[in-house]
Design a protein around this ligand. Sequence first.
Ligand SMILES: NC(=O)c1ccc[n+]([C@@H]2O[C@H](COP(=O)([O-])OP(=O)(O)OC[C@H]3O[C@@H](n4cnc5c(N)ncnc54)[C@H](OP(=O)(O)O)[C@@H]3O)[C@@H](O)[C@H]2O)c1
Length: 338
Amino acid sequence: MSKIKIPDTMMVAVLNSYSGPDAITIEERPVPKPGKNEVLVKVAYAPINPSDLATLHGFYGFKDPTPIVPGGEGSGEVVAAGPGLMAKNFLGKKVACTGWGVGGGVWSEYVVKSVKGGVLSLNKSLSLEQGAMSFINPLTASAFIDISKKAGQKAIVMTAAASSLGRMVNRLGRSEGIQIVNIVRRDQQVELLKSQGADIVLNSTASDFEQQLHDACHQSNAHLAFDAVAGPLTNQVIKAMPENSKVIVFSSLSKQKVEVSPDQFIFENKRVDGFWLGPWISNQGVFKIMGLWKRAQKQMQTSLKSEVRKIYPLQEVKEAIQEYYQQMTGGKFLLKMS
Ligand SMILES: NC(=O)c1ccc[n+]([C@@H]2O[C@H](COP(=O)([O-])OP(=O)(O)OC[C@H]3O[C@@H](n4cnc5c(N)ncnc54)[C@H](OP(=O)(O)O)[C@@H]3O)[C@@H](O)[C@H]2O)c1
């Protein structure tokens, strides 16, 4: 049983229109009450992820009418439970919570979540800081390795590879014997990845980038790429890969369209596909996801660890976002709820 006294009101970050961080206000609202099969989580930390930035501008896959509470994932303690045995079992537990479905986003001191997918128990040994970042990137990195293994790939291409996710994919890939052809956009990112053990790291701004990428893809026999950037880079990647290759676009950091020359589809039998974690999870079945979650928990201090760059109080969310925008590489900005 949780000993935390639940107040009547809480502080919440509210996005009032899809026009970016300036549209966020910090408001006082009543603490919600959990219904059947729901729990009340006292949120501890939540990271600022690229998907949160996309949400603020209305570019993400969910676009509920404003005002909304942003925040795609976080961590906390379950302090109250609604009716239902499953909900009661969560009382007092440390959990990761998603910003999907019941209760919405988690940039809030308290949030109600469904026990059917909205909260997941965290290992006792895991800090709430790491727990806050334990869902989106760790499960996506696990998914990419799973997809690569199923496709029989011993080498894959990864763009925006100095991201938290990219570094996870590198560490997991190494442990699974999968070679990563890394693409970044700055020399410091080349050095960063090399210092962390990556073999192949290419800077997309280098004058001979396309030739280097062609050679790396053909020498390593990489037929699968995971692209977070989109825009012209997708075409460069697909062109550089051998016949019968596939590029999976999973984000659009460049905010540009994917434009691929038709000859790549017609004469080289190459394909472009998409990936979004939520639907991927729904298609895997409960047992597989629980297995992945259990394994990810064990790897959270090693392969799936996220670095924390700075912790800001919820009230300073706009300052945190501004600093994150300036340079995204180098670790997550966490919001501390109270
Ligand atoms: N589809 C899904 O289900 C799913 C799930 C998880 C993550 N993702 C995506 O995966 C990506 C990485 O997430 P993360 O949390 O690991 O990010 P992160 O740690 O915040 O890092 C973002 C990285 O992207 C780079 N970047 C930003 N804009 C770029 C551009 N226009 N061209 C090239 N590189 C650029 C940044 O480099 P600088 O330092 O140079 O800015 C930084 O290295 C994000 O796009 C996110 O949305 C998608």
